[in-house]
Write a protein that binds this ligand. Structure first.
Ligand code: HEM
Length: 230
């Protein structure tokens, strides 16, 4: 016997952080392209306007990052449980998930991971989100904040190799973040419909089917059934 059930997957602070962060980072990528390549990109009128918008978006991303960090560490207390991969995730989970994304998804097989509020991410997501949220976003924000405060940080910047090193590091980190964004959006469309994974990130809720003690997202069962019947 299976019955449909709604699970609350994405709490409100996480959704607010996520969409503020997404808007901020997309704005940073576009304004950053104009600042770096002003001869090819001119979407915001003047160079100064692009810099002003870039700085504002940077502040939005840094503040929303604090919301994400404090929500998961102080309020929910689930940061380590959700974001740190376990031994079995690293030993076999990542490979299993990669096989799903590269092959089994296209053969209509079900996703090997079933999200629950205590274990939202598959092993690949855990590792990628850990690197993005604990390394890339903090470093790109810190180098950006340093670039907004060149005069007061002059001595420190000289000690660390000068302005060119700082600008180059900020640019390379931003390119990595931009590359993540394309992959992230593509993988987020691999549910049973292109928007299936977007719904919980908008409403908070995901519909699952419960089989005894196990519950599976409706879309995975649908895919499996489709596969079996074909
Ligand atoms: C337009 C841009 C974006 C779209 C459409 C998008 C879409 C989504 C969707 C559908 C989910 C839920 C499914 C999943 O966990 O994969 C998600 C989760 C997530 N996204 Fe994005 N995303 C965007 C930008 C970003 C950016 C820029 C970052 C980080 C720099 C990011 C980091 C994350 C993280 C860490 C989660 C898991 C959040 C949690 O449940 O704690 N996303 N995103």
């Amino acid at each position: 016997m299976s019955e449909k059930k709604m699970i609350y997957l994405q709490p409100t602070p996480v959704r607010i952080w996520h969409w503020l962060n997404a808007l901020g980072i997309v704005t940073l990528c576009i304004t950053g392209a104009q600042i770096r390549f002003p001869e090819y990109v001119n979407l915001f009128g003047t160079y100064k306007a692009a810099i002003r918008l870039h700085n504002t978006a940077g502040i939005v991303v840094s503040l929303s990052f604090s919301l994400w960090f404090f929500y998961y560490t102080l309020f929910a207390g689930t940061m380590a449980q959700l974001y740190i991969p376990k031994k079995e995730d690293l030993q076999s989970g990542i490979i299993r998930q990669a096989i799903f994304y590269f092959f089994n998804y296209f053969r209509g097989k079900p996703n090997p991971h079933h999200a629950t509020p205590d274990n939202k991410f598959n092993p690949m997501q855990k590792s990628a989100y850990l690197a993005i949220m604990f390394v890339l976003v903090p470093l790109v924000s810190l180098t950006g904040i340093a670039l907004m405060n060149i005069a007061p940080l002059r001595d420190l910047l000289i000690m660390m190799g000068g302005l060119k090193i700082l600008v180059g590091t900020h640019f390379l980190l931003a390119c990595s973040l931009c590359a993540f964004l394309f992959t992230h959006i593509y993988l987020a469309t691999l549910g049973h419909t292109p928007f299936a994974y977007f719904v919980p990130m908008i409403t908070g809720w995901e519909e699952v089917e419960e089989h005894g003690h196990e519950h599976k997202p409706v879309h995975d069962l649908g895919k499996h059934a489709e596969h079996v019947s074909s």
